[in-house]
Design a protein. Structure first.
Length: 301
């Protein structure tokens, strides 16, 4: 509950930035974000393991603006639920497969150059996948795009990737060291410098999904703190990031997690197969004077 309150306060700050612009579309974003999720209906039910209460949102008036912190949170939750369901089935069907977790970066850039750098990264990633596809161990991938803001106001775009691989990858003649990954990413992205690239194996029990790694991959495209730091940076980000995918799947992963459904979550914040949950009906109402949500027991409105 406290997390939703903090996100609502961040959303109001983002709305304030958009309201300062003379652009009509930004003014519209400001109004939509300001009115986002003033009320939640949800149900509480105890967890099956430790008895802690879990909240399932049943109804909320999302504004669906990309850089609304509340809506980012909702998208992430839906992305995680969709991937958890699909990848759990994948691991049950393919218990011998493993995951590795590369992080692929490029140098920081001016926020006004972000779109061109994202095009460079996307083309480089596709060349990297084509190169790796010639090897016998690559089975699929899940890739997320994140942009962080440096202290100097530069943009730092990077990919978090979960690569699905066979156990052959860890044999001596197939295994890639960190320096191999650096050189592969440099050639694929056609960079004239050695990029920072970090790769680690994801440890999980047989048949089980690596939950921690999945949570690290599926997270904010831009952290709320970076959205609320500078109005001009937010304006440029809005234009530069337009029509960029946050989450992409390929190979065997796409047989279990539909890219079409991920895109629908991105644009509409729904998948079309949502179901009502059991539990105690409750609600939250935003109190503008106290700047927090008031909790109420009661039937769903």
């Amino acid at each position: 509950m406290d997390n939703l309150g903090a996100l609502k306060r961040d959303s109001i700050r983002v709305a304030g930035f958009y309201s300062l612009s003379d652009r009509e579309d930004f003014q519209q974003y400001a109004e939509r974000i300001l009115n986002c999720s003033g009320h939640f209906d949800f149900r509480l039910e105890p967890g099956q393991v430790d008895g802690r209460m879990f909240a399932h949102i049943q109804r909320a008036s999302w504004c669906r603006c990309r850089w609304c912190p509340l809506c980012q949170y909702a998208r992430i939750s839906k992305f995680r639920a969709r991937n958890f369901k699909g990848l759990t089935r994948l691991m049950a069907d393919n218990p011998d497969l493993c995951w590795i977790f590369p992080t692929l970066t490029i140098r920081n850039c001016e926020i006004g150059d972000l779109r061109s750098q994202l095009r460079l990264m996307s083309a480089g990633y596709h060349r990297l996948v084509r190169t790796l596809s010639r090897r016998p161990w690559l089975r699929g991938y899940l890739r997320s795009l994140e942009v962080t803001r440096s202290e100097l106001g530069l943009a730092h775009p990077h990919y978090h990737v979960l690569l699905l691989v066979s156990s052959d990858y860890f044999q001596n003649d197939q295994f890639l060291k960190t320096e191999d990954w650096v050189n592969l990413w440099r050639r694929s992205a056609r960079l004239d410098y050695q990029p920072y690239t970090f790769v680690r194996k994801v440890f999980s029990r047989p048949h089980q999904l690596p939950i921690k790694a999945l949570l690290e991959v599926i997270k904010y495209s831009v952290k709320p703190a970076d959205l609320t730091d500078d109005a001009d940076w937010l304006y440029e980000l809005t234009d530069q990031f337009h029509r960029q995918r946050s989450l992409t799947v390929g190979g065997l992963v796409s047989n279990y997690v539909s890219q079409r459904q991920l895109d629908k979550i991105e644009s509409e914040m729904k998948t079309g197969d949502e179901q009502n949950q059991d539990g105690l009906p409750c609600s939250l109402h935003w109190n503008y004077r106290r700047e927090k949500y008031d909790f109420c027991w009661g039937a769903l409105s």
